[in-house]
Design a protein around this ligand. Structure first.
Ligand code: NAD
Length: 711
């Protein structure tokens, strides 16, 4: 056949088609696969010698999904509609061909891959812990356009399908079987082929359940009382989370509901209409541009010095077994790296190890890991108070107290043991890397690796390049971050680096609003409406007001010592006032909110300290302030050379502090708005609220030249 699919016809007439996209690590539903697949189905339809078809894959995964380049090239709703109808016409041919077609699935079977599998008459999954099935389109602002919103509810019921599709959930083998998404689990790929063959021979004339005259949805279709209940609640629940910023979620619900009151083929057409609406929406363009293309560029090493061989860490040292150190040790061990976890006492180091065993206990309980795997991972981590154990570490990351003297001492002790070419990294969140490197005898090997909390969940690591950090060291830090499955962005050393600096502008803007007399509830609502994961005041409570005040005071002191001016922020006095009242945040049970067992409520005393202004601004004004202040600060970071690329800015903002993903990231926000309009509105905001809104020179310049933020 072609290079992308090979076929073998057995003596029994069963054709095995093995997908193997040429030159790729994954099978993608592109021209290379779609053309030959159509030919194979044609052969099945017309050749009496072919009695059945088994779809399988030669890669480690079944089929990862659609061809994003093709989707990206779509420029009109009609084109999107036609593409989607074409795919489902092909899948419909599979299910109506009158002969058995079985999907023998292993590894990932996502998006278009699962849509094809659902069009097969029988689905067998290799249950080796690696199977993941799902329709993750929503994560890129899309809906499944290959019949997913039509077939999945008919297989697993509307409620389950809606939940999975609206969240883009990846389902494991056991759950897929229990829900009815697949039909059979087997232990190995060989078994899958054997069973698939047997099924074909035993079921020469299969029919999809929905093509049977008496078909009923599991749990009922859109006309049942249960559906009336579901659809009266689900949309409002979804928009209470998304604030209308993710139209794909609503479109998925509409497609499922409307598809449940009409016949199967009409439902397919309805789905394509909603698919077209999603495919050309600004939200999906923003999400795909950043979370697909820019993320891929980062992972391919766009910010890594070129020409240096890739390295791997086999032994890692972690200094400080507190919240961050323990998390870093866990993430590294999970990637198979041997870890020495050091603290000032053996007991403290053991506590760090206990963090991993707790996480693993939970994973075993949920069936996401096994006792053997748990044991193997824990065996990779050696808790100790003895620096000699660091011998042989290619990389050491310190995560001790945020104190220059403590950090300097551990740097020197570790460097006395590790090899001269080992890399030493600091996980500091605020202290400039070039300053910390002064304690090192090898500043060229010194770098910042800024992890986020909780380390096991947060995908980003901000790599900070100090004044003397070598390219070799940067490349090694970069490789390590990829090795543990996280996403690296690379920034130059500067106060607050990139993420903390821009993130702080969001929170402080909320505090400034409070000081002006804006109703705290309006402030919080504006944060959520803007698409931020947490509103500013609640977020400030989480990170603690005293910590923020400490950082502000330290900055003021450092700048004074360096003879540089300090530009205060109106939000700072709010921090000082609440701290003086002992309201230092969530950890104290009191901050902007009062915390109780059953939740939090805004502190009633805010009204007394920050009386409401007679004239309350509208929500759009507040939303603009919260977003412009971040976007502008991100632009300044690029202008000042703190940031090295637009992709790092956008991905760092979404993965680091949850900048509204549908906007495509902090700099892309400016593109979407249009640079000239951003400059104009920034000037208005600056006139009303202060210099911090003055548009960065870089934006102004690009606006004049008709440019935008792209790499
Ligand atoms: P933590 O207080 O939970 O842990 C610090 C650990 O370091 C403690 O276990 C302590 O016993 C140990 N330690 C202190 N002095 C030591 C020494 N001389 N030798 C060996 N061990 C020593 O703190 P954390 O929240 O894990 O933060 C650690 C570092 O990570 C800090 O630099 C912090 O700024 C940074 N950071 C924290 C976060 C966060 O969200 N907590 C995020 C990013 C970076």
């Amino acid at each position: 056949m072609t290079a992308d699919i090979s076929t073998v016809l057995g003596d029994d007439g069963i054709l095995i088609a093995t997908m193997d996209s040429a030159g790729r690590t994954m099978n993608i539903l592109n021209e290379g696969l779609a053309g030959p697949l159509a030919e194979i189905v044609g052969r099945l339809e017309s050749d009496p010698a072919v009695k059945g078809l088994i779809l399988s894959s030669a890669k480690k995964d079944f089929l990862a999904g659609a061809d994003m380049d093709r989707l990206w090239a779509i420029s009109s709703a009609q084109e999107a509609f036609d593409e989607s109808m074409q795919l489902k016409a092909f899948i419909r041919r599979i299910e109506l061909c009158g002969k058995p077609v079985v999907a023998a699935i292993h590894g990932m079977c996502l998006g278009g891959g699962l849509e094809i599998a659902m069009g097969c008459h029988w689905r067998i999954v290799v249950d080796d812990g690696k199977a993941r099935l799902g329709l993750p389109e929503v994560k890129l602002g899309l809906l499944p356009g290959g019949g997913g919103t039509v077939r999945m509810p008919r297989l697993v019921g509307m409620q389950q399908a809606l939940q999975w599709m609206a969240e883009g959930t990846e389902v494991r083998a056991a759950q897929a079987l229990a829900s009815g998404l697949v039909n059979q689990l087997v232990a190995s790929k060989e078994d899958a082929l054997l069973q698939a063959r047997a099924w074909c021979l035993n079921n020469p004339k299969p029919q999809q359940p929905w093509d049977a005259p008496k078909f009923r949805y599991p749990g009922g279709d859109s006309r049942t009382p249960a559906a009336a209940q579901l659809f009266s609640v689900a949309p409002s629940m979804a928009s209470s989370k998304s604030f209308g910023n993710y139209p794909a979620v609503t479109h998925i619900m509409s497609s499922v509901f409307e598809g449940g009151v009409v016949g199967f083929d009409a439902a397919l057409v309805i789905e394509s209409r909603y698919f077209a609406a999603c495919a050309i929406s600004p939200e999906s363009r923003n999400l795909i541009g950043t979370l697909w293309y820019q993320l891929a560029a980062i992972k391919k090493g766009q910010s890594r010095p070129a020409g240096l061989a890739t390295t791997k860490v086999s032994k890692l040292g972690v200094l400080g077994a507190g919240m961050m150190g323990a998390g870093i040790a866990y993430a590294a061990a999970k990637a198979g790296i041997e870890v020495v976890l050091l603290d000032s006492t053996q007991e403290a180091a053991e506590r760090g190890l206990a963090y991993s065993s707790n996480l693993l206990d939970k994973a075993v309980k949920k069936g996401h890991s096994t006792p053997d795997k748990r044991q193997a991972l824990l065996a990779l981590i050696t808790p100790t108070a003895d620096y000699a154990r660091l011998a042989g570490c290619e990389l050491v990351i310190e995560a001790v107290f945020e104190d220059r003297a403590v950090k300097a001492a551990v740097t020197q002790k570790a460097e006395a043991i590790i090899g001269v070419d080992a890399v030493f990294a600091s996980n500091t969140s605020t202290l400039p890397i070039s300053g910390l490197a002064q304690a090192s005898g090898r500043p060229a090997n010194f770098i910042g690796l800024h992890f986020f909390s909780p380390v096991d969940k947060m995908p980003l690591v901000e790599i900070i390049v100090g004044a003397q950090t070598s390219d070799q060291t940067l490349a090694r830090g970069f490789d390590f971050v990829l090795q543990i499955g996280k996403t690296p962005i690379v920034v130059n050393d500067s106060r607050g680096f990139y993420t903390s600096r821009v993130f702080a502008t969001y929170v402080l803007e909320g505090l400034a609003m409070l000081k002006e007399g804006v109703h705290p509830r309006s402030i919080e609502q504006a944060g959520l409406q803007a698409g931020m994961p947490m509103p500013p005041l609640a977020l400030q409570d989480e990170i603690s007001l005293s910590l923020a005040l400490h950082v502000a005071d330290q900055t003021r002191k450092d700048l004074a010592e360096a003879g540089q001016p300090y530009v205060g922020h109106p939000g700072e006095s709010v921090l000082r006032q609440l701290c003086a009242l002992g309201r230092i945040g969530k950890k104290a049970g009191r901050g902007f909110y009062d915390y109780a067992e059953d939740g939090k409520t805004l502190w009633a005393g805010l009204a007394e300290h920050y009386p409401l202004a007679a004239q309350q601004p509208g929500q759009p004004e507040l939303i603009d302030r919260l977003m412009f202040v971040q976007a502008n600060e991100a632009a300044r970071c690029l202008e000042e050379g703190v940031l090295r690329s637009v992709a790092d800015a956008n991905i760092g903002s979404i993965f680091g502090w949850g900048f509204a993903p549908f906007q495509g990231g902090a700099l892309h926000y400016i593109n979407t708005m249009g640079l000239a309009r951003f400059v104009e509105r920034s000037e208005q905001l600056a006139a009303a609220y202060g210099e911090r809104f003055k548009p960065a020179e870089l934006v102004r310049r690009k606006a004049e030249q008709g440019g935008s933020f792209s790499d």
